[in-house]
Design a protein around this ligand. Structure first.
Ligand code: NAD
Ligand code: UDP
Length: 286
């Protein structure tokens, strides 16, 4: 079926965009921005870690459709789409470790289903990969050319290895089947609508500080992360989606500045003027 392209604000065209995982933290912000830009968004989500409240404000919008669906199953029939963002995957360690086999299936089968759908729609598809493909890196900061230092059989493998397989799938669909692909290796991102139960460090610390509890620093807090504000990340995702075809290799997306976890804890306590102290706990495996 031919797509009707409507003449549009920026001289481009209104696109039909499928956002898998659109009710999650990143997905709902991306959906907002796509709608704001005038595109049509079809949000596909099984609400396993996402919240319907994240997209409640969009539900009556004429350019927004929500479809409850698990991407492990073939993608339901719908009108042709122009672009696909695959954000469907639990992102926080406690949530992806709750059902590791489902995490692997979501990554591998979900990406396969979406890639097939992209091929039949002749749509461009962007994968939300992760800095975790670098594992426990021996090189910091990690350039995209670094192959990583990964554990294939650790408690984080369902996520890290799942994402690595997906990157390989994307490469093969691009080379063997001509699908236009983009891969974003996303670094730790924070912002509004993160679940307070998410379990990652920024939300944990903020929730603990607001409750006046001690902040739980795992290990000695010298490990580093870069923290990206969600609006900036979404800008990066959309720019990568629109980037020319030469940009087919994975691209790191995140804040280029690194902070130790201890620095983050002190920043949160100072900013919120919280009475909290710091409790040092064992560093989790990997
Ligand atoms: P999130 O858990 O808030 O969102 C994931 C969404 O995917 C949720 O709405 C969930 O219900 C949905 N989902 C999970 N499994 C599904 C399935 N089988 N079928 C359909 N929907 C499913 O996580 P997030 O922080 O928004 O992360 C989005 C993507 O970005 C993930 O792929 C994650 O790996 C990647 N990423 C995020 C970060 C970050 O800091 N937030 C960092 C690196 C990578
Ligand atoms: N972390 C911590 N306290 C917490 C949660 C996490 O010290 O309450 C540490 C965690 O061990 C890791 C870093 O913060 O070294 C970032 O963890 P997070 O779970 O946010 O993300 P990821 O490890 O997936 O980057």
């Amino acid at each position: 079926m031919a797509v009707t392209r409507i003449s549009f604000r920026d001289g481009g065209a209104r696109k039909r965009v499928l956002v898998a995982g659109g009710a999650g933290f990143l997905g709902c912000h991306l959906s907002d921005r796509l709608i704001e830009a005038g595109h049509r968004v079809i949000c596909l989500d099984n609400l396993s870690t996402g919240q319907s409240s994240n997209v409640e404000h969009l539900l009556g919008h004429p350019h927004f459709t929500f479809i409850a669906h698990d991407v492990v199953e073939p993608i339901p029939f719908m009108r042709r789409v122009d672009q696909i963002y695959n954000l469907a995957c639990p992102a926080s360690p406690p949530s992806y470790q709750k059902d590791p086999i489902q995490t692997l299936k979501t990554n591998c089968l979900g990406a396969l289903n979406l890639l097939r759908f992209a091929q039949s729609n002749q749509a461009r598809i962007l994968q939300s990969s992760t800095s975790e493909v670098y594992g426990d890196p021996t090189v910091s900061p990690q350039p995209e050319s670094y192959f990583g230092n990964v554990n294939t059989v650790g408690p984080r493998s369902c996520y890290d290895e799942g994402k690595r397989v997906v990157e390989a799938l994307f490469r093969e669909f691009r080379l063997q089947r001509g699908v236009s692909t983009r891969i974003a290796r996303i670094f730790n991102t924070y912002g509004p609508r993160m679940s307070p139960q998410d379990g990652r460090v920024v939300s944990n610390f903020v929730v603990q500080a607001l409750a006046g509890e001690d902040l739980t620093v795992y290990g000695d807090g010298s490990q580093t992360r870069s923290f990206c504000y969600v609006d900036d990340l979404v800008t990066g995702l959309m720019a990568l989606m629109e980037a020319p075809d030469a940009v087919q290799d994975p691209v790191n997306l995140g804040n280029p500045c690194e902070f130790t976890i201890l620095e983050l804890a002190r920043t949160v306590i100072d900013t919120l003027k919280a009475p909290s102290g710091i409790q040092f706990l064992d560093l989790p495996v990997d």
